[in-house]
Design a binder for this molecule. Structure first.
Ligand SMILES: [Zn+2]
Ligand SMILES: [Zn+2]
Length: 369
């Protein structure tokens, strides 16, 4: 491995609503248990699009480096870091992925024992450039408290990159949701990465019918290859009433036992409450905006619905998602999630194509750098 440079290129968000700027930033010293990685591939997320515009519920201080879905190749390990979260030895040259770092000391970490809700999480994708904790850069610094997992040898970057955000969130969401009963129907609202991974997990969990509602058509076609039995294109079937009729027709007139909200559109929540059968369950995974919507809360009581929310994930969910891909890669074309590859300098174009819906999962591909 060649010597470590003093600086590297990074795309910096300086002002909300403005394009990211390619800047030369300092590479910090590696602390004990810290890890410096070369960014191999960084996924671009719907969240990044909203974050750049400043319309998320949580606003990150400026300036910062975005990108929270990174595969990094280890360049330097800080003293004391020898293994990943699964107990495997890690060394220079290994590819890793990592979770946000929880503090391990707060009420949520210690008493509630739900570290995803940690009050002092230090995350990736919204820290100042001096911390170098964002994927839209040539190098990234993994902090001492961060849990990491090795990417299995046989996985390509294209197959693994979706684990960094959507897939680990889906694994964590299904865990909170509890087991899907065998031969139950599942409706997935949304055909972006969260919807697609929700589809493949529903399929592998023994669902009877998996019905995906979304757009555009290329995402729905991928949903079919990832296990959907039926797809409903919202550009063709424009009203909630029309979609409900189609779904009732596919589910003996009762509606699905389970639904997963993966679209992030606030109005989808009300639509889901209308669809699910009595006694059914609803997993809310996609909502992250400050948008409002109108619902009829009495549907929850009259139909005795169970509603489960979930946010982000812990390192165990990264590990599980990677193992799931390793076990099922002959069955599902996971690499097809990556719809476009861009150089770091093309980051603004990639974000624009994510926003317009042209891309399913665009990535910054640094492997040739
Ligand atoms: Zn993301
Ligand atoms: Zn904590």
């Amino acid at each position: 491995m060649s010597s470590i440079p003093k600086t590297c290129k990074a795309a910096v968000l300086e002002e909300y609503g403005k394009p990211l700027q390619i800047c030369e930033v300092a590479i910090p010293e590696v602390e004990p248990r810290g890890i410096l990685v070369k960014v191999e591939m960084a996924g671009i997320c719907g969240t990044d699009v909203h974050q750049r515009k400043g319309d998320l519920t949580i606003k990150s201080p400026l300036p910062n480096i975005q990108g929270h879905e990174t595969i990094g190749r280890i360049v330097k390990l800080g003293d004391g870091r020898v293994r990943d979260a699964a107990g495997e030895e890690v060394g220079v040259g290994d590819r890793i992925m990592w979770a946000h770092a929880d503090c391990g000391e707060c009420y949520w970490c210690q008493i509630a024992r739900d570290p995803v809700l940690c009050a002092r999480r230090s995350g990736y994708g919204w820290a100042p450039p001096t911390a170098l904790r964002g994927g839209f850069a040539e190098y990234e610094m993994v902090s001492p408290l961060t849990n990491v997992v090795k990417v299995p040898e046989e996985l390509t970057e294209e197959e693994a990159v979706g684990v960094g955000c959507a897939f680990r969130s889906v694994v964590a969401g299904y865990e909170r949701f509890g087991k899907l009963g065998l031969m139950e129907d599942v409706v997935i609202q949304g055909s972006g990465p969260i919807g697609l991974y929700s589809t493949v997990v529903a399929r592998e969990s023994g669902a009877r019918k998996v019905i995906v509602v979304g757009a555009p058509q290329n995402r729905l076609e991928l949903a079919k290859r990832w296990g959907a039995d039926h797809i409903i294109n919202i550009e063709e079937h424009k009203t909630a009433e029309e979609r409900k009729e189609l779904i009732l027709g596919l589910t003996q007139g009762r509606g699905p036992r389970n639904a997963v909200e993966a679209s992030g559109v606030p109005a989808a929540f009300g639509e889901g409450l209308e669809l699910i059968q009595k006694g059914g369950k609803y997993l809310i995974l996609g909502q992250s905006s400050a948008g409002l919507t109108t619902i009829m809360p009495s549907l929850i009581t009259s139909k005795a619905l169970t509603i489960v929310g979930s946010v982000s994930a812990h390192v165990v969910h990264f590990y599980t998602a990677l193992q799931f891909i390793k076990a099922n890669r002959a069955k599902y074309p996971f690499a097809e999630l990556v719809s476009g590859k861009y150089q770091l300098e093309q980051i603004n174009e990639a974000l624009a194509n994510m926003e317009s819906g042209k891309e399913i999962k665009p990535v910054i591909d640094n492997r040739a750098r």
